[in-house]
Design a protein around this ligand. Structure first.
Ligand code: NAD
Ligand code: ISE
Length: 335
């Protein structure tokens, strides 16, 4: 039957996922929404037929019409929601980051193992982006030979108030950490963070942009330009340099116009637009797998591994030196 989903957190991403499940996704409906802000939950629920508003995740998860949970609250609230979902043995799609630090991610890793089966897909949506999928297929085909370097650019038009140095790593660069592990099939072993003199447009207390370097256990070097106040739009680009060629994605050349003596295209304003199709594919894949009784996509292991790299990244950033990643051995459930 139709999957009754409880969406926890109805902010920017949560509200967009509610719309998506309501209007785009097949096989699921929004049975409940939860927000600590009762008014926000009520107003989102009011737009969806048969949807109940709650302020407590536990209350929604105990409801008879809730079969699965989509967590879109801020990172620090994910651990409590995940543990409650495990108590009810409910399937979960958890927005990235799994949790904001390695110790809490490890607790989730242990809790899911205690449950005895995988229940969580982590919201690393770039794995569902059409261009990233093509790039991964090309690398896996071996036509380009061994990947030597991966260059990434990650630019946001602006950062929200309260966006911190640590969030630059935990909320933004975490995407490149996952994409690196997934594209290359390698673990990240060390992180170094370098900074130019900050842009005059960077908010107080945020050194922006920054240049992050990963080393991998396969001997590849990965760099990330993270620039969250670039001002001109939302851009995510990647270029892999291999032994026999290179491949590049994210140029956004879907349409090129000629007008008034210039040629060019448009830049997406934000992630909601840039990754709209990836989010659609991600949520549909989660609903389809859940209805088959399966769990696919980025796992709690992937969420933990990214959190461990984040922890090294935040330390590298604060201490200004190359920092090695500490990772436990991959448990049998995730092999
Ligand atoms: P937001 O601040 O816009 O929304 C968060 C909402 O959660 C708010 O309405 C807040 O009141 C509510 N909330 C806070 N604590 C809660 C709790 N304990 N229980 C229930 N609700 C709670 O944040 P956002 O930008 O929508 O981010 C939400 C999540 O989505 C984060 O994990 C973030 O990293 C992730 N995100 C992912 C992407 C992506 O590209 N995949 C993009 C943006 C955000
Ligand atoms: C945000 O949380 C995201 O996940 C976006 O994809 C990323 O581009 C942005 O920098 C983050 O703040």
């Amino acid at each position: 039957g139709t999957l009754g989903v409880a969406v926890i957190g109805t902010g920017r991403m949560g509200a967009d996922h509610v719309r998506r499940i309501d209007e785009v996704i097949s096989g699921a409906r929004v049975a409940a929404v939860v927000d600590v802000d009762a008014e926000r939950a009520k107003s989102v629920a009011a737009g969806v037929e048969g949807c109940t508003a709650y302020t407590e995740p536990a209350a929604a998860m105990a409801a008879a019409d809730v079969d699965a949970v989509l967590i879109a609250s801020p990172g620090p609230a994910h651990e409590a929601a995940l543990l409650t979902a495990f108590e009810h043995d409910l399937p979960v799609l958890c927005e990235k980051p799994l949790t904001p630090d390695a110790a809490s991610a490890l607790r989730i890793l242990q809790a899911e193992q205690k449950l005895g089966h995988r229940r969580v897909q982590v919201g690393f949506m770039r794995r569902y982006d059409a261009e990233y999928i093509k790039l991964k297929a090309l690398l896996d085909s071996g036509q380009l030979g061994r990947p030597l370097m991966l260059h990434n650019r990650h630019r946001n038009a602006g950062s929200p108030p309260g966006f911190t140095e640590a969030m630059l790593i935990n909320d933004s660069v975490v995407h490149e950490m996952d994409v690196t592990r997934w594209l290359l099939g390698q673990e990240i072993t060390a992180v170094t963070v370098l900074r130019p003199t900050p842009s005059g447009n960077a908010p107080d207390g945020l050194s922006d942009p920054q240049f992050v370097v990963f080393e991998t256990d396969g001997g590849a070097l990965v760099d990330v330009e993270i620039f969250v106040n670039c001002g001109f739009g939302y851009q995510v680009q990647a270029e892999v340099v291999c032994e026999s060629g290179t491949a590049r994605i994210g140029d956004g050349h879907a349409m090129v116009t000629n007008m008034a003596g210039r040629w060019g295209g448009t830049i997406a304003p934000d992630f909601v637009e840039r990754f709209a199709e990836a989010y659609d594919r991600e949520v549909q894949a989660w609903v389809d797998a859940t209805r088959r009784g399966e769990v696919t996509g980025p796992s709690v292991w992937d969420g933990y591994a990214a959190a461990a790299v984040c922890e090294a990244g935040v330390r590298a950033q604060a201490e200004g030196r190359r920092t090695e990643v500490q990772l436990i051995e991959r448990p049998a459930l995730y092999r």
